[in-house]
Design a protein around this ligand. Structure first.
Ligand code: F6P
Length: 320
């Protein structure tokens, strides 16, 4: 395969640029022509496609976001849109495509794969919610962003002897909350994978206060189905602890990617290019332990994300 394209799709994540850079440079190293596609599938359908050079991806490794821009595309969700996208790729002579995105984006890639395009999916999302890979590109950076916020909030919560609820992203996955909670020393971690019990939570906060804790830090994943401000009011009523809220939202999507995310992005991108070069069928590429893995794309997207209950129990013990 000698002509490939690369696009970023869905919610952006730190490390996407590192992945784009590695696709371009690994492709060129193999004598391939690499085309950048702007604005995800929306741009693909518009023919927003341009050749990439070594210089095109200079000085982006350290930048969050994506130089190719990203978008969500309702048009592409239709069979007509998918057919049109295939025609556009054929017009450009592009035989293979690297899709960098989350669950929805890789599923979109599968629709192209079903229509004869070789698609290699890279796990580009902060959510860490793809069942076939231990980690996604952007997750580590997002966790560290939350960790920085937790450290800052600990200061002010202690100064005021307050409880603070920090709401984090992750869609239906609690991994950002879990990892930031453990590494930030949260007193409680609320995730959609574990049923929420207000009585239990308030008991933990009172126990912590009574044993001399100067503050209470609760990390709530956005997938836990309770309004964060309502939760704060209820905790205040039940514990008499002054309670504040912080919703980190899009702070978690930006920032310079960590070394771990840059390495994951670079290694998975190289694998994608190698597989396309060897005319392999469509795959989802990720990491298992320290090994880069490639699964049949459709099979990978059917794998469910196992929530790490051992890690959740550890968090519980450490927060006592
Ligand atoms: O999928 C990444 C993510 O940041 C989720 O964690 C969050 O719920 C969602 O995107 C927000 O979507 P949007 O950027 O479309 O508001």
């Amino acid at each position: 395969m000698r002509k490939i394209g690369v696009l970023t799709s869905g919610g952006d994540s730190p490390g996407m640029n590192a992945a784009v850079r590695a696709v371009v440079r690994c492709g060129i190293a193999k004598g391939m022509e690499v085309y950048g596609i702007d604005r995800g599938y929306e741009g693909l359908m518009d023919g927003a496609i341009h050749p990439m050079t070594l210089a095109s991806v200079g000085d982006i490794l350290h930048r969050g976001g994506t130089i190719l821009s990203t978008a969500r595309s309702d048009r592409f969700r239709t069979p007509e849109g998918q057919e049109h996208a295939v025609k556009v790729l054929e017009t450009f002579g592009i035989e293979g495509l690297v899709v960098i995105g989350g669950d929805g984006s890789l599923k979109g890639g599968l629709e192209l794969a079903k229509r004869g395009i070789a698609v290699m999916g890279l796990p580009g999302t902060i959510d860490n919610d793809l069942g076939y890979t231990d980690f996604t590109i952007g997750f580590d950076t997002a966790v560290n962003t939350v960790l920085d916020a937790v450290t800052r909030i600990r200061d002010t919560s202690s100064a005021h002897r307050r409880t603070t609820i920090i709401e984090v992203m992750g869609r239906h996955c609690g991994d950002i909350a879990l990892h930031a909670g453990i590494t930030g020393g949260a007193d409680a971690i609320l995730v959609p994978e574990v049923r929420f019990d207000m009585m239990n939570l308030c008991r933990r906060m009172i126990q912590g206060h009574n044993r001399g804790k100067l503050h209470g830090i609760i990390i709530k994943a956005e997938g836990v189905d309770m309004d964060v401000n309502e939760m704060a009011r209820e905790i205040e009523d039940r514990t008499a602890q002054e309670t504040r809220t912080v919703t980190l939202a899009y702070l978690q999507r930006g920032g310079t990617p960590t070394a771990k995310d840059r390495m994951l992005a670079s290694r998975t991108a190289k694998k994608a290019v190698d597989l396309l070069y060897n005319d392999e069928s469509s795959k989802a590429i990720g990491i298992c332990g320290n090994d880069i893995v490639a699964y049949d794309l459709e099979e990978a997207l059917s794998m469910n994300r196992e929530f790490d209950m051992d890690l959740y129990e550890l968090a519980h013990i450490l927060a006592k």
